[in-house]
Design a protein around this ligand. Structure first.
Ligand code: GLY
Length: 598
């Protein structure tokens, strides 16, 4: 369904609601219609000093109001995340984890709020009685896959270092919306209708569904006083309120008392959770005779390395000189891209895991991004598809690992923000599957992040999988919050990221190429059709490419399939209008996100 006028009106309404800049946050919810689900024509946005891009109009607006009240990018992100917990509960929230890449004008910092496995978890966590991996959905629903949530503690750490407004202030929008209610949008309604497992949790059923089992209608005002009470406690006492005391007790009880699929989480796991600060992984990339520095999130995410590898390999092929054809990536370009993707995904399956548990090749993750290594990998790309790539050998290894088998991944939400002082961030946040573990506690949903571990701990020869379950370990992620800098000036050029499980890597890489190589606006770039390969068939977004493209790729030996590829990209890039510097914002037409700024 296309609804350009509704979205344009929504953006204008939200901008008007925020009014002149106040000195303190006095949050007022906008009286706004919900954007439709399906594909939405969006205009793209142009702002001068600040920009907030998030997956839901109420969440974007909360961040915008925080910036107008003098908040920093991190302040705005906290307000956005708390509102997303309420209005986009299917994707992220205080029951999940997140990665934040932050630029303070001097340095890029990577804040890791990834969930951890309970101390009692072991590598057999997802094996059935016969020793074989459990069916995915059986593992997801219940307490088994719930990891220790990390998003709130990570945001608290980032706020200590980069916050400007008081922590408690940032919870105002979400508390107000949870108490007054928010109108259920089409996307949430559609997902609730299709959802099979959430209804089995009586607490979630009572909140999301009517007595007749149908989800509340679009536009129904949904109040969540329990979540408001939890947010008030976190606002007053910090992450402590979530990780210790009666809320932690309620989480543990929910996980451990699931009737068919209990988990092993304890109060000690929750109390002991620590966010980590890690080194961002940055690589140089040259396209269209311009130099960029692309900074991505390091392990436990595979996102930064895979995006960096794909771009790095493309730089050793003609791909960086190939233009769009009739507004679409050409078959020649798609061949080079998907071959680079196969090579990157082969390395991802072989090497990537929690850096506190897994030794990288040559003792450093940057070995996977070494230009000489990527040149050697790119030399494997020929005129015919390799169909399935083998991992490379970027350096000596302490352990010989088995590659991780393919597993489903999904869910997630992305936030990009720039503030008036030049701070910027890319924050990707998740409860993993849609509606996570389908377990609701005190008004929020618990994650199923542990299913991002390999269910199989080893291969048939007994070689361990790097991303197997271990106590206290963080599951491998695909989240790819990305910040790009112009070279040699070092000025911030772009912030981008997406939900979509392993496809996050392709959605994000597409957007970077769209803006940096093809000179598109962020809106045009996120709107490009999606494509990629997870080291198997070439997948193209359903009915978005001409038959001639599919035929040309098949002629090169690739198995080509079409299917929906529902990215949820948000991106902001530096631009110019009439010689004046501006921020250009884009939000994925496949979802409900908008961009706002001054
Ligand atoms: N659960 C999605 C991701 O971390 O990639």
């Amino acid at each position: 369904m296309r609804a350009p006028i509704a979205v344009l009106a929504l953006a204008a309404l939200l901008a008007a609601c925020a009014g002149p800049a106040p000195r303190n946050l006095r949050y007022e919810p906008p009286d706004q219609p919900e954007a439709a689900s399906g594909t939405i024509d969006k205009p793209g946005w142009t702002t001068r000093r600040t920009a907030v891009a998030a997956a839901n109009p109420l969440a974007t607006d909360a961040g915008h109001q925080v910036l107008r009240a003098g908040g920093s990018a991190v302040d705005a992100a906290i307000a956005v995340q708390m509102v997303l917990t309420l209005v986009e509960p299917q994707s992220s929230g205080i029951g999940g984890g997140a990665f934040l890449l932050h630029w303070d004008g001097r340095r890029v910092q990577a804040y890791d709020g990834r969930e951890t496995a309970p101390a009692a978890a072991d590598e057999r966590l997802f094996l059935a009685a016969d020793g074989r991996p459990m069916p995915f959905v059986e593992a997801v629903v219940g307490g088994r896959a719930v990891g220790v949530p990390g998003a709130v503690r990570m945001l608290e750490l980032a706020h200590r270092e980069h916050g400007r407004l008081p922590w408690a202030t940032l919870f105002q929008p979400a508390i107000r919306l949870a108490e007054d209610g928010f109108p259920i949008g089409s996307r949430l309604h559609t997902l609730l209708k299709a959802e099979q497992h959430l209804r089995k949790d009586p607490v979630a059923a009572a909140y999301f569904y009517r007595a007749d089992g149908e989800p509340h209608a679009v536009g129904t005002r949904l109040r969540n006083p329990q979540l408001a009470a939890v947010l008030r406690r976190i606002a007053a006492d910090g992450s402590h309120a979530l990780h210790e005391g009666d809320i932690a007790q309620a989480i543990v009880e929910k996980v451990r008392s699931h009737p068919t699929n209990p988990g092993r989480l304890t109060l000690a796991d929750l109390a002991g959770y620590q966010p980590r600060k890690r080194e961002a992984l940055c690589t140089d990339w040259r396209a269209q005779e311009r130099d960029w520095r692309v900074c991505g999130f390091p392990p436990p995410s595979s996102g930064g390395i895979a995006v960096g590898q794909i771009l790095g390999m493309l730089a050793h092929t003609p791909a960086t000189t190939l233009p769009l054809q009739d507004g679409l990536p050409s078959a020649d370009w798609l061949h080079l891209y998907t071959e680079a993707a196969r090579l990157a995904f082969a390395d991802r399956a072989q090497y990537l895991g929690d850096p506190d548990f897994v030794q990288p090749p040559a003792g450093r993750w940057a070995s996977l991004l070494d230009p000489a290594y990527l040149a050697q990998r790119a030399s494997l790309i020929g005129p015919q598809s390799m169909k399935v790539a083998q991992p490379g050998q970027p350096g000596a290894l302490r352990t010989s690992h088995a590659p991780m088998p393919d597993q489903p991944e999904s869910g997630t939400s992305h936030i990009s923000i720039v503030d008036a002082d030049g701070n910027a961030l890319a924050l990707t946040t998740t409860i993993e599957d849609q509606f996570g573990a389908r377990q609701m506690v005190r008004g929020f949903l618990l994650n199923n992040e542990l299913t991002d571990f390999s269910f199989a701990p080893a291969d048939a020869q007994g070689r361990p999988v790097a991303n197997r379950v271990e106590p206290g370990k963080r599951p491998r992620s695909s989240m790819a919050p990305t910040l790009v800098f112009e070279q040699p000036s070092g000025r911030l050029a772009m912030s981008a990221g997406s939900p979509g499980g392993a496809w996050i890597i392709h959605y994000t890489a597409k957007t970077l190429v769209g803006v940096l190589q093809w000179g598109l606006t962020p809106q045009q770039a996120v709107g490009l059709p999606n494509f990629g390969s997870l080291n198997g068939p070439t997948l193209l977004e359903d009915k978005r490419f001409p038959a001639s493209t599919l035929e040309a790729l098949r002629a090169r030996g690739a198995e080509v399939r079409e299917q929906p590829l529902t990215s949820g990209l948000q991106a902001i890039s530096r631009g110019q209008v009439n010689g004046e510097p501006v921020w250009l914002g884009g939000a994925d037409p496949r979802r409900e996100g908008v961009v706002l700024g001054d």
